[in-house]
Unconditional design. Structure first.
Length: 366
């Protein structure tokens, strides 16, 4: 996770250093061991400090870094942050979390990507550490009601149609009926959610055990549904679709395959097995493929991690795999795609065994 802090003055640097130190403490305490923090300080005062990146144009910093970081902390007037960010804001699904603090560190505002980007949670945590008053203005947080984007984030799910977030949140805030549904695998999660947000959601589908029948669905104009395949039937007129990120895709390929060729192989495999590609949580392979640009780019396009394992480790993974003597001789392990996907998955449950498509092998585990 990469965080950048942007400040313009000496007072702002005091707040920046305090904030950065709190994040480094999190690293030292193993709260967030993959944190990387960079401080950008305006050139008029940057010469007075070590380990900072000097800048003359904040617009240039944001143009270059906006899509290359996970979180941004501005220490300046909120208007400066708003005007600087405006040309680059695209979607609450992809934009980084943005906070704004005043130069005295008295107030800390959650400005952008409060839920999916984690800005609200970050604001609450950081404000305690730097002694600021947190300012969180999202309506669902202010009112203490159900927020579907937070539900998705907390349960590692993608929102397929984020345009529906506003519709669902508006209905919850107005006390209008909102349904939630999913298959039996999500029964406990849905029961727990409905109970927690008493009166705000109603459970439907097989998992509802008859508590809400089809006849009562008609009054629910909008609802939330957890889906796992393209063929899933939507039960609401307007449905916010949630997809669990629970699949690990193992890939082996000939050297030089492009991201397009990798995508074609994975997409074809998912289509043939009635799987949504949005369920992919990570792409994995053997460490010999750590620099395989096609796989790296494919994972980046999906916005998921790309992880590799040593052949030695993959040989220790137990299970029934499609062995290849040729692969064993060249890579050091008899199967790359199945063994790496199995290594990454928690349940070690094979969904799709080794599938070959134009020099690319694909296996999927859950």
């Amino acid at each position: 996770m990469r965080t950048i802090i942007i400040t313009f003055t000496h007072d702002g640097m005091k707040v920046a250093k305090k904030a950065a130190q709190s994040m480094k403490d999190d690293i030292n305490n193993d709260i967030n061991d993959d944190m990387n923090v960079d401080i950008y300080c305006h050139s008029r005062c940057s010469d007075n400090y070590d380990n900072v990146i000097s800048f003359d144009s904040v617009g240039r910093v944001i143009r270059e870094q906006f899509m290359n970081c996970d979180r941004i902390l501005f220490i300046c007037a909120a208007a400066i942050a708003v005007r600087t960010l405006a040309p680059y804001i695209k979607s609450k699904v992809t934009d980084p979390a943005v906070l704004v603090a005043d130069e005295q560190g008295r107030f800390l505002i959650s400005l952008l990507s409060g839920h999916l980007g984690g800005a609200n949670e970050w604001c609450s945590q950081l404000s305690c550490k730097i002694g600021a008053v947190p300012v969180i203005t999202t309506a669902t947080d202010a009112r203490g009601v159900f927020a579907v984007d937070m539900f998705a984030k907390e349960n590692n799910m993608r929102i397929l149609n984020p345009v529906m977030i506003q519709d669902i949140s508006g209905r919850v805030l107005n006390g209008e009926p909102v349904g939630i549904a999913g298959d039996k695998a999500y029964k406990k999660l849905l029961e727990k959610t409905v109970k927690k947000w008493n009166g705000q959601l109603t459970m439907f589908g097989e998992e509802a055990d008859g508590t809400a029948g089809q006849s009562s669905i008609d009054k629910y104009e909008s609802g939330i549904q957890i889906i796992t395949s393209p063929s899933d039937h939507m039960i609401f007129r307007r449905t916010l679709k949630l997809v669990p990120m629970d699949l690990f895709v193992g890939i082996g390929c000939k050297r030089g395959k492009t991201s397009g060729q990798i995508r074609k192989a994975v997409s074809s495999t998912c289509d043939k097995n009635d799987l949504l590609m949005e369920r992919i949580a990570a792409v994995v392979s053997v460490d010999r493929k750590a620099d395989e640009q096609g796989i790296i780019d494919f994972a980046r396009e999906l916005k998921v991690p790309y992880k590799t394992y040593s052949a030695q480790y993959l040989n220790t993974i137990r299970g029934e795999f499609t062995a290849s003597g040729f692969v064993k001789d060249n890579v050091g392990v008899d199967n790359v795609c199945e063994r790496s996907a199995c290594a990454a998955s928690k349940d070690k449950r094979c969904i799709v065994k080794k599938t070959v498509c134009d020099g690319v092998t694909v296996a999927i585990y859950a």
